[in-house]
Ligand binder design. Structure first.
Ligand code: AMP
Length: 251
């Protein structure tokens, strides 16, 4: 497995890749089974698998959240090596944003709703980094989790809007045994919060309406950012202490 921290060196390597299709899994590290399921799908469907680890400062509307974001590079690299990944791109923010984020991708409708209504600038940060990474990696297929459903939808829409030559592949949410969607942020929950957290998934699935789900979550001690039904999905974001959890289910 080749690991690139320097973008210039990455680009030289990228020009030598001949085994196609090339699949790409962008991540922010602190990898868990959810990420590794994306890597697995990518490995099965592509001759070359590239993973990026980049904690994208542009998508953090809360600097405390960025500072607290877990950093487990050594363990991540070991997991990726075990998963037979071909190359890892681990670039610095100063190289990814050499323009000081002067240029960005901005979406004006869906990115303002749901999570976007509570996290100003978040999705512009996401779309901008995904655009930059896709331009750097030039994959045939790129893999994203349904756990971040609004993000997935916005990335699909962006790829279409800009005629980007990439196939966006969605992967199902991977959950803990009690239903909690796996997330790097789950590590921040204390024991009691961790027990409560499982109720998010159960409540979204079992409630008859979004409104009822919101009420049940409030009773269970969540601070609810939103619960909304959108087409065939029920999406929610709710906080336990300082930890913000998101999830969505098919309805
Ligand atoms: P992140 O490192 O949180 O930016 O996530 C990187 C990718 O992994 C995104 O496409 C996420 O949607 C996906 N992902 C994160 N958690 C899960 C999960 N529990 N199940 C499936 N995909 C996930």
């Amino acid at each position: 497995m080749r690991v690139f921290t320097d973008i210039d060196e990455w680009q030289v390597y990228r020009d030598t890749v001949q085994q196609r299709p090339l699949g790409f899994v962008p991540t922010m590290g602190a990898l868990h089974q959810g990420h590794l399921a994306l890597v697995d799908a990518c490995r099965r469907q592509n001759a070359t698998t590239v993973v990026s680890i980049f904690v994208n400062p542009a998508q953090f509307d809360d600097q405390g959240d960025l500072k607290a974001y877990p950093d487990h590079h050594e363990k991540d690299l070991k997991n990726l090596e075990d998963a037979a990944v071909d190359a890892v791109l681990l670039p610095s923010a100063s190289q990814v944003y050499a323009d000081n984020y002067r240029f960005r991708v901005s979406e004006s409708e869906f990115s303002q709703q749901l999570c976007g209504a509570h996290r100003p600038g978040h999705f512009d940060g996401v779309l901008t980094v995904v655009m930059r990474l896709l331009n750097l990696v030039r994959p045939d297929n790129a893999y994203f989790g349904e756990k971040d459903y609004q993000q997935l939808q916005l990335i699909r829409d962006m790829a279409k809007a800009f005629f980007m030559p990439v196939n966006i592949v969605a992967c199902e949410t991977v959950r803990e045994a009690d239903g909690l969607a796996m997330s790097s942020r789950n590590q921040r929950l204390d024991k009691q919060q961790r027990e409560t957290a499982a109720a998010l998934y159960a409540t979204l699935k079992q409630s008859r309406t979004a409104r009822q789900a919101r009420e049940t979550l409030l009773e269970q001690g969540f601070q609810v950012d939103y619960v909304e039904d959108l087409a065939d999905r029920r999406l929610a974001a709710a906080r336990l202490g300082d930890t913000r959890l998101i999830d969505n289910v098919r309805i």
